[in-house]
Design a protein around this ligand. Structure first.
Ligand code: IVH
Length: 640
């Protein structure tokens, strides 16, 4: 076997070996689609090293595991940016040089320097570090798809920002404070391959070593070399304020955190003339967005359990308006951070939507009185918890999330809230947005939009579906908690006994005395309703339970009336509409006759001959009423 392999490599020429090594290197590091195993690749490399030790191809290879802490001295310092918060400072800045200005969104990521050699091959990637000296992260960079490994430009250095798109950060939001910290960790991982797992992205914003006369020219070169280049607008000095306003308005539209706008002199000559201080270049300035913030009261801390079993503290606050959205909760990320913040119940806290996007509890302004207990039992499944470093975990993670999603799912199915599948419920739960069934009723479009694969139309529809179920028949309400033995049969019997308040006072003996309800059902039901006491109270603040007697009254308007549908219904499927008629005490007719009470014409068109027939009956003095969908919904909405 070993012999055969040796023979195989000996038969190929060194040139061919070089081609193969380069190809597999590309497949592995750039396309992340290796065709051969790591060992097979290593064997090829070793063979090449043995037969042509000075092969240039070997120089292009970088090992996966980087020696920790290797330092890189920057060719020119990676400086910070001067900051400003008002138009006056910006105006006095722009007066110092001639020509246009280029504006780009400031990306809240990690600055990196990428050096390309005389072949245009990426040789060194480094972090900013202290500005003079950074950390070598070349191997990690090879696992960031957006960064080209070889480019058309020779002997240049590209600078830009590695960041985690917000759509990716959604996966980590509950346990990490912000995408930047996570990115900083991900690009320095010892096992460079793991960097790929974080789906990091990159924007180039500077090119060193080209003869470009303007920033615009540099951007074109970068684009042609295959770099994603941050959007930029060139404008005259008179337009600066409008430019800032337009970036500010669109700050929520980016898939990255942005905390301001970077303005730079467009002409390189002017940049050189102005030069730099030890801290920042004089030709650039960052006009920072004021994070929209507000002080509110921390009501409580709830604990949300993720698929991994991490239990995250979520701060529940008095609703506060930030960047046009009402915010009432913010992840406190982990127990360590929560302790550091020093949160207490009733504390006045500063909330901020950083970069206009993720609401964050920044600090405690004034402590409150109530202490916050770290749960000893998992709030989802009741198993014991354990604290590892800064993180609290459920010791039974495997079954935990499933059971919680199961609970939510049972509720939406029972109450018939459409559109909430297990995946969505799982995501909402993991994000700490919906931790019990009552919180479904607090959901906002804004919160839904932060979930993966969610658009405006769907989000609005889901909220409507919830709102349509704010009145729940008593028997459905009783069944919705998934209490054992409290199924269709028992809940109907209970609902017939009177109000919810009355049912909740019944004892096991009272229930056992009822025909068809034995002692087992009685025990489960009484015990279950007690266990769910807090949840029931919480839910009752958000929904109205329609008692049996009310239902009967509400049903009266459709009682004895016949309905027929024609055309396409837009608000619901025809089957559902027919079911609704029956639920409200009406009947569904088969055809248009003089005995028909209502012909409902769908808003989607295609009414056809039924409409013609009904009109002709009307013409002959018949009493059939022709109504549209809205009218129909109005007639049914009083009776849920
Ligand atoms: S231009 C000083 N453009 O922000 C060099 N920099 O807080 C000017 N940054 O060190 C580079 N977004 O790493 C530029 N659109 C953008 C940027 C940007 C983020 C970084 C840059 C700088 C840091 C200062």
């Amino acid at each position: 076997m070993v012999k055969a392999k040796k023979k195989l490599t000996k038969t190929v020429t060194v040139e061919r070996l070089e081609v193969e090594v380069r190809r597999h290197n590309q497949l592995y590091f750039v396309e992340h689609a290796p065709e051969i195993s790591d060992e097979a690749f290593d064997r090829l490399v070793e063979e090449l090293r043995r037969r042509r030790p000075d092969s240039p191809v070997l120089r292009e290879l970088v090992s996966d595991v980087r020696p920790a802490g290797a330092r890189v001295v920057h060719t020119t310092p990676m400086l910070s940016l001067d900051k400003c918060y008002d138009d006056e400072t910006l105006t006095s800045w722009v007066e110092k040089f001639a020509g246009d200005v280029i504006a780009t969104p400031k990306i809240d990521g990690c600055a990196v320097s990428l050096r390309y050699d005389d072949q245009g091959t990426l040789t060194v990637g480094a972090t900013r570090g202290n500005g003079l000296e950074g950390e070598e992260i070349t191997s990690n960079i090879r696992f960031i798809k957006a960064i080209p490994q070889s480019i058309i430009l020779k002997n240049v250095e590209v600078r830009g920002e590695i960041y985690m798109p917000l759509s990716v950060f959604a996966r980590y939001r509950e346990t990490f404070a912000n995408p930047r910290n996570l990115t900083a960790g991900a690009i320095k991982l010892k096992d460079a391959k793991k960097t790929a797992d974080y789906d990091l992205a990159f924007f180039a914003y500077d090119l060193l070593g080209s003869a470009s006369a303007t920033e615009e020219e540099k951007r074109k070169l970068l684009e042609r070399s295959g770099f994603p280049v941050i959007e930029g607008k060139v404008a005259s000095r008179e337009q600066l304020h409008d430019l800032f306003s337009s970036f500010f308005k669109r700050r929520d539209e980016h898939d990255f955190e942005t905390d301001g706008v970077v303005f730079r002199a467009n002409r390189v000559e002017e940049q050189n003339r102005l030069g730099s201080t030890a801290h920042h270049p004089r030709y650039a300035i960052a006009y920072k967005f004021q994070g929209d913030s507000g002080v509110t009261t921390l009501i409580d801390v709830e604990w949300s359990v993720s698929r991994t079993g991490a239990i995250t503290p979520v701060g529940i606050v008095e609703p506060v308006e930030l960047s046009g959205a009402s915010v009432r909760r913010a992840s406190l990320h982990n127990v360590g951070l929560m302790k550091k913040l020093g949160v207490t119940k009733g504390a006045k806290v500063l909330m901020m939507r950083r970069g206009g996007v993720i609401p964050n509890l920044e600090s405690v302004v004034e402590p409150g009185k109530g202490t916050i207990e770290i749960p000893k039992q998992c709030p989802s499944c009741g198993s014991s918890t354990e604290l590892r470093d800064d993180f609290l975990y459920c010791t039974n993670a495997k079954n935990c999330l499933k059971s919680k999603v199961g609970e939510l799912s049972h509720f939406v199915k029972t109450v018939e809230i459409d559109g909430f599948g297990d995946k969505l419920l799982g995501r909402l739960y993991e994000a700490g947005v919906v931790t019990d069934v009552a919180e479904l009723y607090d959901l906002t479009v804004d919160e839904l939009l932060r979930m993966e694969r969610m658009g405006d139309v769907l989000a609005a529809k889901l909220i409507k579906n919830i709102d349509d179920r704010r009145q729940i028949p008593l028997d459905v309400f009783l069944r919705s908690f998934g209490i054992r033995e409290l199924g269709k049969h028992a809940s109907k019997i209970l609902a017939g006994l009177g109000s919810l308040e009355k049912i909740r006072t019944l004892t096991e003996e009272d229930l056992s005395a009822i025909h068809t309800i034995g002692p087992v059902i009685a025990r489960e039901v009484v015990g279950g309703l007690k266990r769910k006491k807090r949840l029931i109270e919480k839910l009752l603040k958000r929904v109205t339970v329609v008692h049996a007697t009310e239902r009967a009254q509400h049903a009266v308007p459709l009682q004895g009336k016949s309905f027929l549908f024609t055309g396409t219904l837009l608000s619901m499927e025809r089957k559902k509409a027919e079911k609704l008629v029956e639920e409200k005490g009406g009947t569904v007719a088969q055809s248009v006759t003089k005995d028909l009470d209502y012909l409902v014409v769908g808003d989607g068109g295609g009414a056809g001959s039924k409409l013609g027939k009904a009109q002709s009956i009307q013409g002959k003095g018949g009493c059939v009423k022709i109504i549209n969908e809205n009218k129909f919904l109005e007639m049914t909405s009083t009776a849920v």
